[in-house]
Design a protein around this ligand. Structure first.
Ligand SMILES: Nc1ncnc2c1ncn2[C@@H]1O[C@H](COP(=O)(O)OP(=O)(O)O)[C@@H](O)[C@H]1O
Ligand SMILES: [Mg+2]
Length: 358
């Protein structure tokens, strides 16, 4: 088995409605995979097919080396699932729920009890083991759900929006747990709307939109892609501007830059990125120079000497801003740039489709 999960044109229709459209996905063994997408994109439907809760309309998938159509029972033995809506028995205690799951998988009783103890301690719910689930808080239920899903030591764990509605502390307990499970060799499939969570935990991310896989990469790869895309839309030739700067007088330049700035496209400005530079000898002259640069759209000075600028998102804009400052005897003490977030990637990838695709 090469991958933990491999899908082959995995498709689900509900009547006429195509919920998952010929999905081809490969998830590495022992990785944490983040599954993102707007509401109704097909995430839960995909997970339900991969966990053999519903059959695909066409196509198939291999999960832990077994075909979901031919060997659903083998697949079930290899996977654990923390569903979007906690599905525990309210009239049973936390421990009884976990025991029930262990019995379902036919675990021998000595192993069962020690495994439940171990997991309850791991997620810190042992103190409430004899509490009825219906009397528990959302976070406590979620922890019991995690224990129940892990009792049979599944190779692959599916978590469908597991931290939704949890307080920050419980969230971070779950994040630690996910990392720990992964270190112990489990593959994790994490559906989430929490971009911070996905960025923090996941090795690879798939973005599904209207049943189609719209993007698949590492979180950093997706973010770098956005920068790459935007570079291509860049109309400003910054190196030309820089050469011009070498040749012309300062006064001439400032007025010609002023004209150029007026003609810059909306598009250019909306693709701007932020750079923040600390200049220890920042003065009005320097501010005026920075403001006049055509590839600098907005300049906000702070009393500390830090200037936050929105600059053109092109390869050489950062270099150009820095060299202009140095050329004018500015003393730079620190620089930081604001790179795109996974949220930016999500918005971009899913917006494309709504506009009719590209
Ligand atoms: N049992 C069902 N019958 C009909 N349509 C469904 C059913 N389950 C889900 N859908 C539809 O399929 C689409 C994908 O749903 P789902 O997989 O739950 O999305 P997600 O988990 O990404 O929010 C939605 O438009 C949803 O309304
Ligand atoms: Mg869902």
């Amino acid at each position: 088995m090469k991958y933990a999960i491999e899908t082959f044109d995995l498709t689900k229709r509900y009547g006429d409605f195509l919920a998952v459209d010929a999905l081809n996905l490969r998830i590495d063994k022992n990785s944490i995979f983040g599954f993102l997408g707007p509401n109704g994109a097909g995430k839960t439907t995909t997970i339900k097919m991969l966990t053999c809760l519903i059959p695909p309309t066409s196509g198939t998938a291999e999960v832990a080396g077994y075909d979901i159509k031919k060997s659903p029972n083998e697949v079930r033995q290899k996977i654990g699932m923390v569903p979007q809506l906690v599905s525990l028995y309210g009239d049973l205690t936390a421990r009884e729920n976990a025991e029930l799951c262990a019995d379902y998988y036919g675990m021998p009783s000595e192993l069962k009890e020690s495994r439940i103890d171990e997991l309850m301690e791991l997620v810190d719910i042992k103190y409430a083991e004899n509490k009825f689930v219906k009397q528990m808080s959302g976070g406590q239920k979620q922890k019991v759900s995690v224990v129940a899903s892990l009792v049979h030591q599944p190779e692959i764990l599916f978590l469908d929006e597991p931290t939704i509605g949890l307080d920050p502390t419980t969230k971070s307990v779950l994040w630690d747990l996910i990392e720990e499970l992964n270190e112990n060799g489990h593959t994790i499939i994490l559906c989430s709307h929490d971009m911070y969570e996905v960025d923090l935990l996941c090795d690879h991310v798939g973005i599904i939109d209207q049943g189609l896989l719209a993007a698949f990469d590492t979180p950093q790869g997706l973010k770098d892609d956005i920068l790459g895309d935007q570079k291509q839309t860049d109309d400003l030739n910054i190196s030309e501007i820089m050469t011009e700067m070498e040749e012309k007088s300062e006064a001439d330049l400032l007025s010609s830059f002023h004209d150029l700035k007026g003609s810059i496209l909306e598009d250019e400005i909306s693709n701007a990125r932020e750079i923040s530079i600390m200049i220890s000898n920042l003065d009005d002259d320097m501010m005026q120079i920075l403001e006049s640069l055509p590839f600098v759209f907005e300049v906000t000075p702070h009393p500390s000497g830090r200037v936050v600028m929105n600059i053109s998102n092109s390869e050489d804009a950062v270099t150009a801003v820095i060299s202009v400052i140095i050329k004018n005897n500015g003393n730079i003490t620190s620089i930081s740039t604001q790179d795109p977030s996974l949220e930016d990637v999500f918005m971009k990838v899913t917006a494309k489709k709504e506009m009719g695709g590209e």
